[in-house]
Design a protein around this ligand. Structure first.
Ligand code: UDP
Length: 487
């Protein structure tokens, strides 16, 4: 079919590095795919009255220099500062609709025929009908998460009372049941604005031509098969993961990067802990204290990507993550440590602390890294898998709790830390002993996790080769689309 050579895909990405990074990867993979001839990436943004995060600018500029695809920055949108992150994202995406429509209608040939966005952009999907485009969702998180969202309109009808008050686990046909404690924010209060924004997004998700999920069969076989059985809802599912960046010298300040890598070069193989709780999370003093004591108890060396502490832990910086990056992290590290608790100062000499954007992939890829203490953002899990590094999971909010469960129970490449119910903080002993267990060459469970993650690394290496499984899934999606919609 000669028309299959002329697809122009328009991608719509919400703000936040956790979204932008996988969307850039999706864009690159689409461009390299013979079926797609042109890709335009729209990036929505928040009006936070300060300049764009330096790291975002660096990453986008480097993609643009390579001339892979067009990037269109949508005008920044004002959001109420006190709204939660999900509500902010929903507002930004909805209010970006007129700008997207304007851009698409003024595009010259080839006009976009495919619209791909994320769950928060799904409220934008109805415009696809107006422009006669096929519509897809790209899911930069787990398949289990897709299953929950697809099943939500049904749960809404059958579950009585608050989801979090349920005594039984939440059942999804064919999938592992979900503990009510692990549900993400929209499920916490059915009367909250966020739940009322999330529910219609799930309805839109049921109407798409396909969902691209950043996962692969060997990670989530049971869930992927359940999704494909149509028992949850009949929507085509395409596992196209892992889409992760190449570990290249492009994403952070060079001096900072060289300092970290030189230090890692001097360490023994698989002897160092890498700690990062994500791109935009600020730890409380209490959390930093326990983490520092836990690292001390582990007796190992470490690299810790850490933002200055706050009296209140939280994700306020999520949509603007990386704002403080771009400067040389090392002197800055020395300059700002006075804000940290005493426990932190004690262990400083046993490791490196990076207080701006860490070259995470390069660190994980380094042979001296033995374990990743992670918040279990899905990108971080995929990156760890691709580098063959086992995980100690300290999930904090959003999809991270379910991701940590998937990582530990379904994928089997690490351990999820127990959070003390009274303080909501993970204790230092728990941190120290779990790190020790995973890194201990004699520990049977630790050995099994290390072996499993290395096997997955080898599978992931070949998955995007020509005719590899994820490459073929993408082809199938567009072939099916052309048969169904005749576009
Ligand atoms: N990241 C990084 N350096 C940092 C913090 C984060 O390179 O200092 C990258 C990380 O490699 C990943 C992304 O930012 O690609 C974070 O995505 P993830 O889904 O793991 O977590 P989020 O930050 O969205 O919670």
């Amino acid at each position: 079919n000669s028309s299959t050579n002329h697809y122009h895909a328009a991608l719509l990405c919400p703000p936040g590095m956790g979204h932008i990074i996988p969307f850039l990867e999706l864009a690159k993979h689409l461009v390299s795919h013979t079926i797609i001839t042109k890709v335009t990436l729209f990036i929505a943004s928040i009006n936070n009255k300060s300049s764009k995060p330096q790291v975002e600018t660096n990453i986008l500029q480097s993609s643009m220099k390579q001339g892979f695809f067009d990037i269109i920055h949508l005008p920044p949108i004002d959001v109420p500062t006190n709204a939660n992150m999900g509500t902010k994202l929903a507002i930004i995406m909805k209010e970006s609709i007129p700008f997207i429509c304007h851009e698409i209608s003024t595009m010259t040939s080839p006009k976009p025929t495919i619209l791909i966005t994320e769950l928060f952009g799904s409220l934008v999907l109805p415009i696809a009908e107006h422009f006669n485009m096929s519509k897809f969702v790209f899911w930069p998180s787990s398949a289990w998460n897709v299953a929950l969202s697809l099943h939500t309109p049904t749960l809404d009808k059958v579950v009585e009372g608050e989801f979090t008050d349920q005594e039984e686990f939440i059942q999804i046909p064919g999938c592992n049941p979900i503990s009510p404690c692990d549900l993400f924010s929209p499920f916490l209060d059915r009367n909250d604005q966020l739940y009322h924004e999330y529910l219609p997004m799930c309805e839109e998700l049921r109407k798409v031509d396909g969902i691209f999920v950043n996962t692969f069969l060997e990670l989530e076989a049971k869930t992927i098969l359940a999704l494909r059985s149509g028992k949850i809802y009949k929507v085509p599912i395409y596992p196209i993961g892992p889409l992760i960046r190449e570990a290249k010298k492009q994403n952070c300040d060079d001096e900072n990067r060289d300092y970290v890598i030189d230090w890692l070069d001097k360490q023994e193989e698989e002897s160092v802990i890498y700690v990062s709780l994500g791109s935009g999370y600020t730890m409380s003093h209490e959390q930093i204290k326990e983490m520092a004591l836990g690292l001390e108890l582990s007796g190992k060396k470490f690299v810790w990507s850490l933002r200055p502490p706050s009296t209140k832990a939280g994700n306020d910086r999520y949509l603007t993550a990386g704002e403080d990056a771009g400067s040389n992290g090392v002197p800055k590290t020395r300059a700002s440590v006075s804000a940290f608790p005493d426990e932190f100062h004690k262990i400083q000499n046993r490791g490196l602390v990076i207080m701006d954007w860490a070259p995470q992939l390069e660190i994980l890829k380094h042979s001296s890294i033995g374990v990743f203490v992670s918040h279990c953002g899905w990108n971080s899990i995929l990156e760890s898998v691709s580098c063959g590094v086992p995980i100690v999971g300290w999930p904090l909010f959003a999809d991270q709790l379910m991701n940590a469960e998937t990582m530990a129970k379904e994928i089997g490449i690490g351990i999820r830390l127990n959070v003390a119910q009274s303080t909501k903080v993970v204790g230092s002993e728990e941190i120290g002993k779990t790190i020790w267990k995973i890194m201990d060459k004699e520990d049977i469970e630790g050995c099994a996790m290390r072996k499993r993650v290395k096997e997955l690394k080898h599978i992931a290496e070949k998955i995007w080769s020509q005719d590899g499984p994820s490459f073929c899934e993408m082809t199938n999606a567009f072939v099916k689309m052309s048969h169904t919609n005749g576009v």
